[in-house]
Design a protein around this ligand. Structure first.
Ligand code: C5P
Length: 272
């Protein structure tokens, strides 16, 4: 059970400060998260701005962090991030950068200026790419007096299984060894944590310590269908194995009663 998480800003206010007073320390303060709602990140996998705002509006009392991914960001742009912040909620910007170090670092600096809580790069982009992206957000945050977003590395997508890893990507390692390798690379490059399948959370927690963030998509309660996800676990099991945050999309949004589905999940993880 891990309730001590790192948080960028006051949980009471729920507001994302864009800049800090000069005297405010820029270190990421530990905050005790007591509420299951603070551990669920709702994926806004919708095509446009209006659909996303409708979901944020519907869930704003129940969810603290919303995930903006490539579909929504490509159609709606930074405007949707600003709107979620105006609605008093945090953003995990899930754009999974994977490029040459110079380009990834420049993109990371642009993300820092958006004031998001967390964003990610593919660990498969390599050590230099991750290191330069991490340095870019540290530098820009200091220089422009911004809150530094958390940067996490995607290890192996939850839709890739052992067969795809080997036959499609040509990687001969076992999945657990590959995930551990990429998580280690991310930690050495100065990232705050990783995105990984909940199946791998225990392995990562055991090797990389309690302060390394583990964000797990591939969450499926026993009553929801797997869809395209392969390495999945229930919300309770993911937290028991060491996940800090659960990214959940269709298991909530595709249900006939989405708020009811969220409440069922909250019931399952309460006390963990
Ligand atoms: O609907 P579902 O719960 O499967 O949605 C999972 C979300 O998490 C999607 O937005 C997907 O892009 C994202 N994600 C993932 N695997 C990763 C990183 C992000 O499924 N490794």
């Amino acid at each position: 059970m891990r309730k001590i998480l790192l948080c960028l800003f006051s949980k009471e206010s729920g507001i994302v400060p864009r800049t800090l007073k000069p005297s405010t320390p820029r270190t990421l303060e530990p905050v005790v998260y007591m509420n299951p709602k603070d551990r669920i990140i709702l994926a806004l996998d919708v095509p446009d701005y209006d659909a996303a705002v409708e979901i944020v509006h519907k869930f704003r009392d129940n969810i603290g962090i919303f995930k903006v991914g490539s579909e929504l960001f490509t159609s709606a742009g930074p405007r949707i991030v600003k709107q979620i912040h105006l609605m008093g909620r945090k953003v995990f910007l899930d754009l999974k950068f994977h490029d040459i170090p110079n380009t990834a670092a420049a993109a990371a600096a642009a993300v820092a200026r958006l004031g998001v809580f967390m964003f990610n790069v593919h660990a498969l982009g390599g050590f230099e790419m991750m290191k330069e992206a991490a340095e870019a957000i540290r530098t820009i945050s200091l220089k422009e007096n911004l809150e530094r977003p958390r940067l996490i590395g995607v290890t192996v997508l939850t839709s890739i299984d052992q067969t795809a890893l080997q036959d499609e990507l040509g990687i001969g390692l076992r999945m657990s060894a590959m995930v551990r390798h990429l998580a280690g690379l991310a930690q050495r490059a100065g990232l705050d944590g990783v995105v990984a399948s909940p199946v791998d959370a225990e392995n990562i927690r055991a090797h990389f310590g309690k302060d390394f963030l583990i964000v797990t998509p591939g969450i499926r309660p026993s009553w929801a269908s797997a869809g395209d996800q392969k390495r999945i676990l229930t919300p309770g099991e993911a937290l028991r194995r060491g996940a800090d945050f659960l990214v959940i999309g269709r298991a909530i949004t595709a249900q006939p009663d989405p708020i009811g589905a969220l409440e069922r999940i909250e019931g399952e993880i309460r006390g963990l």
